[in-house]
Design a protein around this ligand. Structure first.
Ligand code: NDP
Length: 419
């Protein structure tokens, strides 16, 4: 018996809702709360007669703490899964603390308006100190660690695939495969084709902000910044084939570097096709990625939000996306005095995901881990309170749950290395 609120009803949330409903012995009462009520009602209708989970829906603006508190007091959740936007992470964490329930999200906090002066000042200081320019960083959410710990509550940060499963893979490799890990390459390949000249496979605002930032990696205790898309490699991905991939900064590098200081070098690569990069450069050059509102005929318009309105909604890509994703971690390190390499990854098929839950694999690979993380908290298998990332918990039950609920691991002891 559990009471769970899911905030947001986009691509990722829909998968998590379907998965919670497949697991209806644990997720008995679910409230879907999002900005557009009709989307919540549609998902509820899709699941009618297919689950024992009792689903309710609610319209909510997650920017409004009073609306959040009213909902929490009325529904009485044990955990709130924030599967909306990272802009609302802090306010939802505040509401969870005030009400007294666990919290989970899939992306690190970043502000909607990156020109807000107080945030900007702290950002500029961080850029100087840490040498990465991405708008997201964990410091804001780590500041909640003691507050959650004092109340015996968990705030599970970044429990999607990357961040999320990739960190569990690190904890798993350290627990079972290595005495010491020296290098880590995280590889995120989407070999799917949706047939559009340009579309992002998760929220366009967050996706474009992430990939247009400078890249950064971590080496010998320092951040090395590189211009966006300036480091390109080719890799032959199982189930996909040869793809170009580019070095990006990604949020799990920050938490893995903190929690596994023995790892001397951590890099993250993501695959992109020529067409994606050409479009992205063009949007950037004409100012369409800007978060600063402009006046247009007396109306305030935020360029990146306008662009989002023009692009295909990622949650509608399911029927047309074909191919596979392949996401995982390649390690080099030492076991029993000998050097060793190890690769652990998952392959997920877009069409199989679509036929199971009505969504493409990028939403699937994020929504399934979110459900698994919430399940481990509800079953009191993961119990350490505080604001923590996935690698801080025992990886075994999580990886077991992923195997069971649709994201099985594949392992290789002789992988092609990136460098
Ligand atoms: P979508 O844009 O498809 O969904 C976002 C949902 O949040 C929409 O339903 C939207 O409402 C709702 N929402 C937005 N603002 C508010 C608000 N103020 N109050 C209430 N609801 C709101 O995004 P995705 O599903 O693609 O992504 C969800 C999250 O998952 C993002 O944070 C993304 O960064 C993260 N992610 C993480 C990955 C990982 O591996 N860790 C991978 C992919 C994504 P409406 O329907 O009205 O627009």
């Amino acid at each position: 018996m559990s009471r769970v609120i899911i905030i947001g009803c986009g691509g990722v949330a829909k998968v998590a809702i379907h998965k919670c409903c497949q697991n209806d012995d644990i997720f008995t009462d679910l409230c879907i709360a999002s900005r557009t009520l009709s989307k919540c009602d549609e998902v509820k209708k899709e699941l009618e007669g297919k689950t024992k989970t009792n689903i309710t829906t609610k319209k909510i603006n997650a920017n409004n703490i009073n609306e959040l508190m009213d909902l929490f007091n009325e529904f009485k959740p044990e955990i709130v899964m924030n599967l909306g936007m990272p802009y609302q992470n802090l306010i939802i964490m505040d509401a969870c603390l005030e009400y007294g329930c666990h919290y989970l999200d899939t992306a690190a906090y970043e502000p909607e308006d990156v020109n807000e002066p107080t945030w900007r000042k702290r950002y500029e200081e961080r850029v100087k100190e840490k040498n990465f320019t991405a708008y997201f960083d964990y410091s804001y959410q780590w500041e909640y660690n003691d507050k959650f710990a004092k109340k015996g509550l968990i705030a599970l940060l970044g429990c999607g695939f990357d961040p999320g499963v990739t960190q569990a893979y690190v904890a798993y490799a350290k627990k079972h495969e290595f005495d010491r890990i020296d290098t880590l390459d995280i590889l995120d390949c989407n070999g799917g084709d949706h047939g559009y000249p340009f579309a992002t496979n998760f929220n366009p605002e967050i996706n474009l902000r992430e990939v247009s930032s400078d890249g950064a990696y971590y080496e010998n205790g320092k951040w090395i910044k590189v211009p966006a898309m300036s480091i390109k490699k080719e890799y032959n991905f199982d189930g996909v084939g040869m793809k170009d991939m580019y070095l990006l900064h990604h949020e799990e590098i920050e938490s893995i570097a903190k929690n596994y200081p023995e790892i001397k070098r951590i890099k993250f690569y993501m695959t992109f096709g020529e067409s994606y990069l050409r479009h992205m450069n063009c949007f950037e050059n004409v100012g369409l990625l800007s978060t600063k509102a402009i006046d247009y005929n007396g109306q305030k318009i935020v360029p990146i939000q306008f662009l989002k309105a023009l692009l295909p909604d990622p949650s509608t890509l399911g029927p047309r996306t074909k191919g596979k994703t392949n996401i995982g971690c390649i390690f080099r390190g030492i076991k029993d005095g000998k050097e060793k390499t190890y690769y652990i990854y998952n392959m997920c098929d877009h069409q199989e995901s679509y036929h199971e839950v009505g969504s493409q694999a990028v939403s699937y690979t994020t929504g399934v881990p979110a459900m698994c993380g919430a399940m481990l908290i509800l079953k009191k298998i993961w119990t350490t309170p505080g604001a923590k990332t996935v690698e801080e918990y025992d990886p075994d039950p999580f990886i077991e749950a992923l195997d069971k609920y649709g994201l099985p691991k594949t392992e290789s002891y002789n992988p092609m290395m990136v460098d």
